[in-house]
Design a binder for this molecule. Structure first.
Ligand code: FAD
Length: 462
């Protein structure tokens, strides 16, 4: 048993960042983690492993599709799935050990085990009860499923099972056309699986800009993914090594069945707060299970804070990280700040998709007068050379003031390009400010500038 200024429960991107910042600000800090390795969902079964498989499968796609076009001849590589998984596990190991190193460097105690809060100011881990002036709950989230769909992590899997399948399935059905379903669906499609995505709504990636949704679905279809939209999955029946997905088309209630070797359930995630003892503590949660916090990330119990996937807002690692830094600064008596209006969202497929700020649909709904500047990557020399001309940058700016309100990119390195617009928005920039900034040639970033020019007198290369 020990006394701490801060105990963080959970070592995902929210928790470990909060712990490091607390320690940097001079607070005696511990972090409780029940998993065998640090880093949470993100490093162990989320962002990092999925990006490793996206990278590997993209390289295969490049070798098969584009190498011959550039005069790079020879047999395209074949897939050694075991080795690909070993590569992915190695990437996870390097990252989780990196957090362990940072904990040691910052003198943060890792309290190994599952933590609970028996009362304000106390955290129980195993048989030990530790005292803490402040507690930060950063316990993250877990996959949610649908009624009638039983996950066994073998044939019917969540993203966690999909990251370690024993072999590449012949037929995969993905339930849900959100970010996780489409990222992992495109991994398996590139590795040779027949992938069918079944989605309840009539479009993919709910919440994204409508034009981007259409283009994204079109490009994924061209890459071989099949889509059944407007379809409600009723149940999944598992046979010995296969499954049958029963769904109804919403337009006429007709019933259909799809066969699959693996079914990936990617219908969203829900906060994970099991075992913390929140009910006994009378800590307030919403009807969606999210911990309720005030503008300083404090719960209804003084000295108990919550951040990341366990609270409201986009379930993204960088949102959790920002909250982690901000809550640490608040506890240390500084002014923690998160700008929730400028949180980018990225889909790491090829092409990538990235967005920040308002969509056109939201602006219409708000009745805000806006203008659109759009530029196709077909007009970008670098993109054309790299077989990456399909896609566009779209910037939305206030009609009167020209202030940037949102940006939506589908195309090469979209997840990196979006940050130029994020910085501009953080500084309250106008589209003209981006348009007047010299951009190096030949870069993909020039497409962002051209879209900004398109908000004014027009782009040059279209
Ligand atoms: P988590 O990362 O979920 O960490 C919580 C930790 O708390 C876990 O390690 C858990 O074991 C621990 N814990 C829980 N309860 C206790 C307890 N009582 N005691 C001790 N420890 C406890 N986001 C992105 O921004 N970019 C991406 O590319 C991306 N890709 C993703 C891909 C997949 C397949 C998945 C599933 C998610 C992805 N996400 C991505 C989402 C991202 O992983 C989460 O938003 C992020 O991890 C949330 O961070 P967190 O700190 O709130 O919680």
């Amino acid at each position: 048993m020990a006394n701490y200024d801060v105990i963080v429960i959970g070592s995902g991107p929210g928790g470990y960042v909060a712990a490091i910042r607390c320690a940097q600000l001079g607070l005696k800090t511990a972090c409780v983690e029940g998993r065998e390795t640090l880093g949470g969902t993100c490093l162990n079964v989320g962002c990092i492993p999925s990006k490793a498989l996206l990278h590997a499968s993209h390289q295969l796609h490049e070798a098969q599709e584009n190498f011959p076009k550039m005069g790079l001849k020879g047999k395209a590589p074949s897939v050694d799935w075991k080795q690909m998984l070993a590569y992915k596990d190695d990437v996870i190991g390097q990252n989780t050990k990196g957090i362990e190193f940072l904990f040691k460097k910052n003198k943060i105690d890792w309290l190994k085990g599952w933590g609970s809060i028996p009362e304000a100011g106390k955290v129980k881990v195993g048989d030990d009860v530790h005292e803490a002036k402040n507690i930060i709950i950063a316990t993250g989230s877990q996959s949610s499923s649908l009624p009638g769909v039983e996950v066994d992590e073998k044939i019917v899997v969540t993203s966690t099972g999909a990251l370690e399948l024993p072999k590449v399935p012949k037929k995969m059905v993905v339930i849900g056309a959100g970010v996780i379903g489409l990222e992992l669906g495109s991994v398996y499609s590139r590795l040779g699986s027949e992938v069918t995505v079944v989605e309840y709504l009539d479009h993919v990636t709910p919440g994204m800009d409508g034009e981007v949704q259409k283009q994204f679905q079109r490009l994924l279809k061209k890459q071989g993914l099949d889509f059944i939209l407007n379809a409600a999955v009723q149940s999944v029946e598992t046979l010995k090594t296969k499954a049958k997905v029963h769904y109804k088309l919403r337009k006429d209630d007709s019933e259909h069945t799809l066969d699959a070797d693996v079914v990936l359930v990617a219908t969203g995630r829900k906060p994970f707060t099991d075992g913390l003892g929140l009910d006994a503590l009378k800590l307030k949660t919403s009807d969606r299970g999210q911990i309720v916090i005030d503008e300083h990330w404090q719960t209804n119990i003084e000295g108990v804070y919550a951040i990341g996937d366990a609270v409201a807002g986009p379930m993204l690692a960088h949102k959790a990280e920002d909250e982690g830094m901000a809550v640490a600064e608040t506890i240390a008596g500084k002014h923690g700040h998160v700008n929730y209006d400028v949180i980018p969202g990225v889909i790491y497929t090829h092409p990538e998709v990235a967005a920040v700020g308002k969509t056109e649909e939201q602006l219409k709904e708000d009745g805000r007068a806006y203008k659109v500047g759009k530029f196709s990557f077909m007009g970008n020399g670098r993109a054309k050379a790299n077989f990456a001309g399909e896609g566009f940058v779209k910037i939305l700016a206030d009609k009167e003031t020209d202030r940037i309100l949102g940006a939506h990119i589908i195309g090469p390195m979209a997840g990196d390009l979006i940050h130029e617009v994020c910085v501009a928005m953080e500084f309250g920039a106008a589209a003209e400010d981006l348009a007047m900034t010299c951009h190096a040639h030949p870069t993909y970033s020039e497409a962002v500038r051209e879209a900004a020019l398109a908000c004014g007198d027009g782009p040059i290369h279209s």
